[in-house]
Design a protein around this ligand. Sequence first.
Ligand code: DC
Length: 229
Amino acid sequence: MNQSAPVLTVDGPGGAGKGTISRLVADQLGWYLLDSGALYRLTALAASRHAVALDDEAGLAHVAAHLDVTFQTGGDTPQVLLEGEAVSGAIRTEQMGDAASRVAALPAVRKALLQRQRDFRQAPGLVADGRDMGTVVFQDAPLKIFLTASAEERARRRYSQLREAGVDASLSSLLKDIQARDARDMQREVAPLVPAEDAVELDTTHLTIPEVVDRLTELLANRGLVTVT
Ligand code: DC
């Protein structure tokens, strides 16, 4: 970990485009990327594989603290390995997203994952994608973004992604899931989903992906964190 390395935090509700945008900005700058949601999804998957119940807080915290995870970067398709097995697809299902949101509401699990997330801070910089990156994990980040989009638009984006992947989906049930997950993430007692006081809020409902990336690059440049050529 390098405390002085700059961090761009990208928080917001599921489906606002955080993952795609964070990856593009990190690639463009040559910075490291933390997909913190993946750590909660991996905890949920490891728990189900080791038969730990989703309401067993101490058991889940133990699973989180001992996660055997490798993020393979480089190459065209980054892979996540859990105990040596490729699980990038297995952690992306709606079911695992729901389980992740449940384990993420448990304080002992969040505590167990805190240092692991901070260890991603390395020079030349880090883009950190999540819900509490700016409010809890990297409170001193020099640029904090809160990315939003209407629930309807987020459901539509998820629907198109699933259809493109050949997965059968219903727009109305996706919308219901998104609303339920938003409510759980925003109302939990520990590290709820709220913008940091010093975050820049960006509504992406009517913006394209390149427009959002440009806006973030501009903000980074305005704060002297990158030089634009
Ligand atoms: O971003 P995602 O959909 O992969 O996240 C999965 C769940 O994990 C989400 O419902 C909320 C939780 N999460 C969290 O509580 N804190 C984070 N920093 C990232 C994700």
